[in-house]
Write a protein that binds this ligand. Structure first.
Ligand code: ATP
Ligand code: MG
Length: 486
């Protein structure tokens, strides 16, 4: 049956990418069976929420085409809304109740998939069948399944009508057709007026979901019952990455976007312990093993250093206040801090302020003593009196499905002095999209996800970002180009 094939296909495409061989796939394939499971509610509706939150590309959840070049594309939201309307038609116009059986005889038109989801939503049991059936085949299936409803088109409706009087359980007939037919409810007509307000039933994982007739090669086709957990479960387990020997993950060198940490945790089950340091130092701050991790924070100071947040005069700032990140060097220069920049006394001197070595990075400490990176001091953007760190804007940008990575820098502006400019590398799927439209969409996304004044007023799509050998983004290079042109 098509729906199952669709899921199986999904499964096959997921598997080879993520597992080096069949054996490891088999070992890692653990099914955790929930007490309740309904694909419409627990998967499709979740994907709709992700789509709404901008965490999943909106188009298409469903993309259908036929030999005449006709196309239907639905987002998850649209698929959800249409299938809820269909669900209301099943319960109201067709008078079906949970557990009632529904035979579906349609070619692969969009309504075929909607009927599948509508049955899931209403807890009715779907019995799909091929459109090649003869009157006799239809009669056998209606009688043996005791189906209460049949959904078909104008091609098969006459065959159904010819046998309907011999099927005592059949009490509702639904036709997918442009024209009305006597004795049949017309789906297309009813969809125009149906409400899309519908609450999906909460199905037990072992509740009957579908009945498939076998092919009947060796006798009469047999009815095989499948539950809600027969299909659709386990895929997410296969979408994940489990590394059996991996115990501890660290990162450093660049701020790590919360989106990355979250995805890493979701897929591997492991946290990333972020550390902060410089070539000039050893580790300055870190999330040490056993410490509570605050996502996005660099953790607490290494015991080797007295780390403080400072103002321009070298005074220590209280928790919550953003300033320069410094390390105390007087009265004693700590171990692990470099001696000086070789052959560059001016540069060495520029790093000292009062009793502190100035890292050149901006940040703040919270009430619990955790340090939070804001930006390299040079990267701060001053726009209409606001100080904007690129990291926060980049973190918002990367949450948009179109954005593979980005670099945010200042750009000259006659009124505001500086404005936020984002250089964006698009995900391959989005490269062919209308760029002006995409730009607007991304700007709106940032406005929604950070303080609106931080959104990039200028956006430029580029093939790749300039980076150091170690992979750090060279924002200064991009910034220089912006300012050179004035
Ligand atoms: P250069 O000094 O030559 O411009 P660099 O500062 O990138 O290059 P490194 O000493 O390798 O050279 O990097 C240290 C810098 O990396 C820090 O000053 C900070 O800006 C950044 N960094 C390191 N770890 C983190 C972190 N966890 N979060 C944010 N930034 C970090
Ligand atoms: Mg540096």
């Amino acid at each position: 049956p098509g729906s199952m094939r669709a899921l199986h296909k999904d499964y096959r495409t997921v598997t080879p990418q993520n597992f080096s061989n069949y054996e490891s796939m088999k070992q890692d394939f653990k099914l955790e069976i929930p007490e309740y499971f309904n694909f419409a509610k627990d998967v499709l509706d979740q994907w709709t929420s992700m789509e709404k939150a901008g965490k999943k590309p909106s188009n298409p959840a469903f993309w259908w085409t036929n030999g005449n070049g006709e196309e239907v594309r639905w987002s998850f939201e649209e698929l959800g809304s249409l299938s809820r309307k269909f669900a209301n038609i099943l319960t109201e116009a067709c008078g079906l109740q949970r557990g009632d059986r529904v035979i579906l005889l349609l070619p692969r038109i969009p309504e075929w998939w909607l009927a599948n989801i509508a049955c899931l939503r209403t807890g009715t049991v779907l019995i799909p069948g091929t459109t090649q059936m003869t009157q006799k085949d239809i009669l056998y299936r209606l009688q043996s399944s005791k189906a209460k409803c049949i959904i078909t088109n104008e091609v098969l409706a006459p065959a159904v009508d010819a046998v309907a009087s011999k099927c005592e359980n059949l009490h509702s007939k639904l036709i997918v057709s442009q024209s009305p037919r006597e004795g049949w409810e017309n789906l297309k007509e009813m969809m125009k007026h149906a409400s899309d307000n519908h609450t999906c039933v909460k199905t037990k994982h072992n509740e009957m979901m579908a009945i498939f007739f076998t092919s009947g090669t060796s006798g009469y086709p047999k009815m095989t019952g499948h539950t809600h957990s027969s299909f659709g479960l386990g895929l997410s387990v296969n979408g994940s990455y489990k590394f059996k020997s991996l115990k501890h993950c660290v990162s450093a060198g660049e701020p790590i976007n919360p989106e990355v940490t979250e995805q890493w945790r979701n897929r591997t089950g492991l946290d990333i312990y972020e550390g902060y340091g410089q070539t000039e130092t050893v580790l300055i701050c870190g999330n040490f093993k056993g410490m509570k991790i605050k996502p996005g924070s660099m953790g607490k100071p290494s015991p080797a250093f007295d780390v403080k947040i400072l103002d321009v005069n070298g005074n220590v700032l209280p928790p919550g206040k953003e300033g320069d990140i410094g390390i105390r060097v007087r009265p004693n220069r700590p171990l692990g801090l470099f001696t000086h920049y070789i052959d560059n006394p001016t540069k060495t001197a520029s790093t000292l302020r009062g009793n502190f070595y100035i890292t050149g990075d901006r940040g703040y400490m919270d009430e619990d003593g955790y340090f939070w990176f804001v930006s390299r001091a040079d990267d701060i953007i001053l726009s209409s009196g606001y100080r904007i760190g690129p990291f926060e804007v980049e973190s918002a940008l990367i949450e948009h499905p179109a954005v593979a990575e980005s670099a945010v820098v200042s750009s000259p502006d006659p009124i505001r002095g500086e404005v936020v400019k984002a250089f964006i590398v698009l995900n391959p799927d989005y490269k062919s999209h209308d760029q002006e439209q995409l730009k607007k969409e991304i700007q709106e996304h940032v406005k929604r996800n950070t303080a609106p004044y931080k959104y990039p007023r200028k956006v430029e799509f580029i093939q790749e970002l300039p980076k150091t050998i170690s992979g750090k983004i060279k924002r200064n290079e991009l910034r220089k180009k912006e300012w050179e042109t004035i």
